[in-house]
Design a protein around this ligand. Structure first.
Ligand SMILES: NC(=O)C1=CN([C@@H]2O[C@H](COP(=O)(O)OP(=O)(O)OC[C@H]3O[C@@H](n4cnc5c(N)ncnc54)[C@H](OP(=O)(O)O)[C@@H]3O)[C@@H](O)[C@H]2O)C=CC1
Ligand SMILES: Nc1c(N[C@@H]2O[C@H](COP(=O)(O)O)[C@@H](O)[C@H]2O)[nH]c(=O)[nH]c1=O
Length: 586
């Protein structure tokens, strides 16, 4: 399945040797296909797949499951074992060395891979071309589709690599999250009856597909009117997988007191509104656990820029025509999914999917690009892009390249360093980064935890004298990713508050401190990265957590940033003391 698209990437066996690079293209397409397997399982993140082949035969495969898990290349190398010697690795996308330890590249080099075929360069400027250079400098032959390899089949393979990471590519190019507008309409173009009643237009099968689309998104946006008319839940109910947060856009805040979206026991809701709107209602929402964010003027572009800053990759718009028209007009919608049901409702005033765009001639209509049709149950799904896929070839030089051209530009210099997603610059500071730590248990025996997040989350239940709590600790410890560990712990915390250790609030900062101290002590490259930020304020730009995170506007307490700064000064103090003592010893 392609990222945010339901249509499968069809891996046609175009291995006909008459086509130049047919075999290479075939394997890269396979890498893109498996890369997409992770979409929807955890919070949306870039999709990486790796296929290792020798003499045309696949000997190992792997895909990145979540931000903080084992890189695709490492998994493929482990699967192929000795067969890696002299083999070719196929990657849908250049690996991103977010953590300064070149894990993916060194796995390929150490395993004896001699050639690497890469679908696209990394779209993020701070990561682009680094791994390619590293592999080439290690003597590997590196061929990039569309640059070193060119042909018709190569173009098709390149397309599949672009599509599988379309959210990241659009996000990098447009500096807003990738936005998909989805709606269900009748054959006569209505999204509800004149009364506003809309359940249901599309079939069960189509609505199941919508759950999958939701699972591939960080958040779902609706307008105030949809909340008033539909009282939606906006959850992904297809069994397991990622559940996006819900965002309501309302200028008036004239919203009902009783609404499904105010139940945040299983998934958060954020209401974005205009500054000063219904202060009492804002307080009411806050008392329900709903986050309220005020904007001077509420418009779709500012809201998307805000969520971009909060690290969101992919947004699904499930609003009515009023908000949809606003979003399209401001140029932030990248893709459309229209479910068309074979039924007619009529109604002069029945709402339609897109309101006023101010166009007067049909020649002004927006043409969809790369559209496709798919029958789902009785409905037809028409999907396509509203904006062309950005060109992945590097036009903007990377930070390194800029530095090489103009050494007066200091890379990464900033008085405030924000970090959040592991693929961000300084993403290794995130608790989700894939760095296992060894920590003593209650008996002093050292245990390995897959990430700081696993350790921190499980410790909510450590020491509680109840076998159920002990089982929870083990479950969280073996969660497949830091995201899953966090999700499991938060759910258990909500559902079984009695199993959370009584002193949790008092000890949680210390638990985190110890875990971070271990992480930044045992990985020398992380320690150097932390020390390199001396003089800058570190802020975790977490979307949900105003205790550990600082928020973009400084509204959070930023305890994670504070602890990292505390550790930084402790490490700096230690290195000063040791250099002073070696100086004294001279
Ligand atoms: N079939 C389908 O796929 C869907 C059908 N529907 C149906 O559509 C109808 C609702 O459609 P519609 O009235 O268009 O509702 P919208 O979901 O588009 O909500 C419009 C509201 O969004 C809020 N808003 C906030 N910022 C903006 C902005 N910048 N521009 C525009 N609106 C903004 C305002 O809320 P406020 O007034 O609170 O300030 C406005 O009234 C319902 O009948 C619902 O059942 C809805 C979604 C999908
Ligand atoms: N009516 C309609 C849709 N409506 C969308 O789904 C929302 C309800 O979601 P939930 O409460 O989670 O079931 C609703 O508010 C609107 O955004 N979607 C569709 O796929 N098909 C339909 O026929």
């Amino acid at each position: 399945m392609a990222a945010s698209f339901p249509s499968p990437i069809i891996c046609k066996a175009t291995t006909n040797n008459n086509h130049p690079h047919a075999l290479d293209s075939f394997h890269v397409r396979r890498a893109a296909e498996i890369a997409d397997k992770s979409a929807g399982l955890t919070s949306p993140h870039p999709n990486f797949g790796c296929v290792i082949a020798t003499a045309g035969k696949v000997v190992g495969e792997g895909y990145l499951y979540a931000q903080g898990t084992k890189p695709a290349e490492v998994q493929a190398v482990e699967a192929a074992g000795e067969l890696c010697r002299g083999a070719t690795a196929y990657l849908n996308m250049e690996p991103g060395d977010c953590h300064g330890d070149r894990t993916a590249v060194s796995a390929l080099v150490k395993a004896g891979i001699t050639r690497v075929v890469v679908g696209i360069r990394h779209p993020l400027q701070h990561l682009r071309s680094h791994a390619l250079r590293a592999m080439r400098s290690e003597g590997l032959q590196v061929d990039v589709l569309g640059e070193d390899l060119k042909s018709k089949v190569v173009e098709e393979a390149l397309k599949s690599c672009l599509i599988v990471n379309a959210p990241l590519i659009y996000r990098a190019a447009s500096r807003v999250p990738f936005s998909v507008l989805k709606y269900a309409m009748t054959l006569d173009g209505k999204i509800a009856a004149s009364s506003g009643h809309a359940s249901w237009i599309s079939s069960k099968e189509s609505r199941y597909r919508v759950f999958e689309l939701r699972g591939r998104s960080d958040a779902i946006v609706v307008g105030g009117n949809t909340v008033r008319k539909d009282n939606p839940r906006l959850t992904a109910r297809h069994g397991g997988g990622h559940v996006p947060i819900r965002i309501v856009m309302s200028r008036t805040l004239n919203l009902p007191e009783v609404a499904n979206l105010w139940d945040v026991s299983s998934v958060p809701t954020i209401v974005v509104t205009q500054r000063g709107a219904r202060k009492n209602f804002q307080k009411f929402l806050a008392s329900k656990g709903v986050e309220v964010v005020e904007f001077d003027i509420l418009n779709t572009r500012d809201v998307m820029e805000y969520f971009y800053d909060r690290g969101y990759l992919s947004i699904l718009w499930e609003c009515g025509g009023t908000l949809a028209a606003s979003a399209i007009s401001s140029g932030i919608i990248h893709k459309v999914f229209a479910f068309v049901a074979p039924k007619i409702i009529g109604g002069k005033n029945a709402p339609t999917p897109v309101g006023e765009l101010g166009m007067v001639e049909m020649t002004q209509a927006l043409d969809l690009i790369d559209f496709s049709y798919e029958q789902i149950g009785p409905d037809m799904l028409i999907s396509g892009f509203l904006q062309p896929l950005p060109d992945p070839t590097p036009v903007i030089p990377s930070v390194d390249e800029t530095y090489a051209i103009d050494p007066s530009v200091t890379p990464y210099e900033s008085s405030i360093i924000f970090f959040y997603k592991t693929w961000d610059l300084y993403g290794a500071f995130s608790n989700f980064s894939p760095h296992p730590i060894q920590m003593p248990d209650e008996n002093g025996d050292y245990q390995t935890w897959s990430s700081v997040e696993h350790y921190y989350q499980a410790h909510k239940f450590v020491g509680v004298n109840d076998p159920v709590a002990r089982d929870f600790v083990e479950d969280i410890k073996s969660a497949k990713s830091p995201e899953e560990a966090a999700r499991m712990a938060r759910t258990i915390q909500r559902q079984h508050p009695d199993l959370v250790r009584f002193d949790w609030d008092a000890v949680k900062i210390d638990v985190m401190y110890r875990a971070l101290k271990c992480k930044f002590s045992i990985y020398p490259h992380l320690n150097s990265m932390l020390l390199s930020t001396a003089g800058s304020v570190l802020v975790e730009a977490s979307p949900h957590d105003l205790f550990w995170g600082g928020g973009r506007d400084g509204e959070g307490l930023n305890y994670l940033g504070r602890l990292l700064m505390q550790l930084r000064s402790e490490f700096l103090g230690e290195s000063l003391t040791s250099s002073e003592s070696s100086f004294l010893a001279l």
